[in-house]
Design a binder for this molecule. Structure first.
Ligand code: SF4
Length: 713
């Protein structure tokens, strides 16, 4: 890898964090005598953020020179003994150890005993090459990634309905065009604040916004109507709305007849969702349900948007489906200023799921079980399609089986911190410790990396080239503005280095542009077709929306205008019955726990917890970190919990401690905790790993919890 020119420069790129991928400019100034240059950032007037950034974006450059950066590979002092200390090693020594572990494991237990676990923060090029590495170098079925825990329910429902899964099938600016916006389980005012300007533009035109959330969030405060259902009951709410839309004659019958199939079964399935029954299930007053149905049913333009609050359940696919059914019955998808969409969370949550990191998919959303799809991709890769492995199991199922007979024995973990972010994280940590061998490639010594046999230090967003696909399906360029610290390599170097040692180096590349070109050919003709997208076009056109089939194709900012992506062009309704959350409350665990994000933190906090400017009031006067649990004063009184004091939360999986923050904005039966911290405040110690039958999404957003003060020893 060549070095970046040793002169002051300005580089246009995008934020390293969430899926809004705000545009920013990096001003890099060399510092005489110092290895690392000075890096300043400022927002750009990109269409998604229009000059805005959140606190995470503003502080993104702080991490480039953070003293915790890993700058040398680490291996165990006593190889094979993970209780022995980590020590610095050369890249050759570390990569040799990884390759030897892969060889030994596959020799002893078979190919599938080596697994790859990726992340929704990886660039498209990395996600693509990780999938190729698993299928061609390791020839393992065992690959999945943390995006399974992010978008998979809405993705499954969208694919089933529309034949395509693109988070927003329209640009974010279109959010301003909807006269009525139903936002379900989404809190962009906290999770992606610059997006709110598009909502504000709508409200300034007189748009009516409805927010569905068990908490009075920053987003809910801006809405005309706030509905507060019990966590995990959104499908009943959606079916109740559709029931009213049907009964009041607001179905767009012409649209349904011309553009959809299977509505009658859904129409019949919602007959039992009377408002009073929905009120009993959800806690949302029937009158409010009627009012929202009328808003939606009589609007000229309307959008239904879901996010993780609705989707991260053991019935997440059915819940997303119920809201899609509502949108279809109203005739919204494909109409200007209207539609259904979902707000993707992770930086490359969209692109990360398109190019083969998922256990059942090949690049371009091709199916690994489809013979024609296998033949196409194998042709691009220059391998025999019959030698490509079949589908593997989902992320949670892979982790549950680590170190067991038939499970993965050697795990290669990139861009993910599973011992903090996985559901029932205590059990996952035990499984990680049962592995024969763990390799982690990361920026910092994350909680998962600290348990590894080999840790590989990899470059950060501003130190490498690549592309990201944002929540709109817009492919963006991430630019290299400065060199990584000496001793640091890219994830592509890691994959190529291991492949080389296994005798398959010719299948990999360390050059992002070469990888993107190959990705374009592998995805061409698929659902997520990048065939016509080039680095130059991305730069010239402020990003390119997929599908984009060739150089003459302008890309597709808006989908579904004339037809849906199924061969017959029609959308499919599917029945979506409400099911109670996987874990019900009972006298021992009488309340509902739900989890979510804070504005100043990102995912498992590996990066943002290290930024002083993002510390917030979770840091106590004595420097100890204790994040807040939100609960209602009535619940606190019942449980003997005092505002500002520690509160202990206990589920069937474990115990965690937070600082109580009392608020009347949350339901009286619900406790909210952020999931960014580890140690005694690791929220996922508490969460449930029951899986959605279709998407394999775990039940992050609802489980039964007991609440109390810290017991006196
Ligand atoms: Fe970065 Fe997302 Fe914040 Fe924008 S909203 S600055 S992309 S974290």
């Amino acid at each position: 890898v060549g070095r970046v020119a040793d002169a002051a420069r300005t580089v246009a790129t995008h934020c390293p964090y969430c899926a809004l991928q705000c545009g920013m400019e990096l001003s890099v100034t060399p510092r005489p005598g110092l290895e690392r240059p000075d890096v300043r950032l400022s927002p750009t007037d990109f269409p998604t953020n229009r000059g805005g950034l959140c606190a995470k974006g503003w502080s993104a450059a702080d991490l480039l020179t953070h003293p915790d950066r890993l700058t040398a590979p680490l291996v165990r002092t006593i190889p094979g003994d993970r209780s022995s200390p980590l020590r610095p090693a050369t890249w050759d020594e570390a990569l040799d150890a990884v390759a030897e572990a892969v060889r030994a494991t596959q020799r002893r237990y078979g190919r599938d005993a080596v697994g790859c676990f990726g992340g929704g923060g990886l660039t498209n090029e990395k996600a693509y090459l990780l999938g190729k590495f698993a299928r061609t170098v390791l020839r393992t079925r065992s690959i999945d990634y943390n995006g399974r825990w992010c978008m998979s329910s809405a993705a499954a429902a969208s694919t089933r309905t529309f034949g395509i899964d693109r988070g927003l099938p329209f640009p974010v600016a279109d959010l301003a065009l909807a006269d009525v916006l139903l936002l379900v389980g989404a809190n962009p005012a906290e999770t992606m604040p610059p997006l709110m300007q598009h909502l504000e533009a709508g409200r300034e035109r007189g748009a009516q916004h409805v927010v569905v959330d068990p908490r009075l969030t920053a987003t809910a405060r801006t809405a005309r109507v706030h509905l507060q259902p019990r966590p995990g009951t959104d499908a009943a709410l959606a079916n109740g709305l559709l029931h009213l839309v049907v009964r009041r004659g607001w179905v767009d019958e012409e649209y349904v007849a011309a553009r959809t199939v299977e509505f009658e079964a859904v129409r019949e399935s919602v007959t039992g969702y009377w408002p009073d029954r929905v009120e009993r299930i959800t806690g949302v007053p029937a009158a409010d349900l009627e009012a929202v149905a009328e808003l939606l049913g009589t609007a000229s333009t309307a959008m239904v948007i879901t996010a993780r609050g609705a989707e991260q359940h053991a019935s997440g696919t059915a819940t997303a489906q119920a809201f899609i059914n509502l949108a279809l019955a109203l005739g919204l998808p494909g109409r200007p200023g209207s539609g259904y969409g979902t707000l993707t969370g992770q930086g490359n949550g969209q692109g990360g799921r398109e190019h083969g990191q998922k256990a059942d998919q090949l690049p371009g959303y091709r199916k690994i079980t489809d013979l024609a799809d296998r033949a196409h991709v194998a042709g691009v890769w220059g391998v025999d399609p019959t030698r490509l492995p079949g589908p593997g199991v989902s992320a949670t199922e892979m982790l549950r089986a680590l170190g067991t007979p038939g499970g993965v024995r050697t795990l290669l973990l990139l861009a993910s911190n599973v011992t903090v972010s996985a559901p029932d994280a205590g059990s996952v940590t035990d499984r990680v410790d049962a592995l024969d061998f763990l390799m982690v490639a990361d920026l910092f010594l994350s909680e998962s990396a600290a348990r590894a046999d080999v840790v590989l230090p990899v470059s950060m967003w501003a130190e490498e080239e690549g592309t990201m696909t944002n929540l709109e399906g817009r492919v963006l360029r991430r630019r290299r503005a400065l060199d990584p610290p000496p001793g640091v390599r890219t994830d592509l170097d890691v994959l190529a280095g291991v492949a080389d040692r296994l005798g398959h180096g010719h299948l990999m590349t360390t050059d992002a542009a070469t990888a993107f070109d190959e990705l374009g050919r592998a995805s061409a003709g698929g659902v997520a077709d990048y065939g016509g997208i080039t680095y130059d076009r991305i730069e010239d056109e402020q990003g390119v929306f997929w599908p984009c089939t060739d150089a003459d194709d302008p890309g597709t900012p808006r989908l579904f205008g004339r037809r849906f992506a199924h061969p017959d062009g029609l959308a499919r309704f599917t029945r979506a019955e409400f099911r109670e959350p996987a874990e019900r409350t009972d006298p021992e665990f009488p309340y509902v726990l739900t989890t979510g994000r804070l504005m100043r933190q990102y995912q498992s906090g590996t990066q943002t917890r290290r930024v002083a400017a993002l510390a917030g009031d979770e840091v106590g006067p004595d420097g100890t970190v204790l994040p807040h649990a939100e609960l209602h004063p009535d619940l606190a009184r019942r449980c003997g919990v005092v505002d500002g004091e520690p509160v202990q939360l206990r589920t069937r999986r474990g115990v965690a401690v937070f600082r109580a923050r009392l608020t009347t904005g949350i339901r009286t039966d619900t406790v909210f905790v952020p999931f960014h911290w580890s140690g005694e405040s690791r929220a996922n110690t508490l969460t449930h790993d029951a899986l959605d039958p279709v998407s394999r999404m775990p039940a992050f957003k609802a489980c039964a919890v007991a609440v109390g003060p810290i017991p006196v020893p």
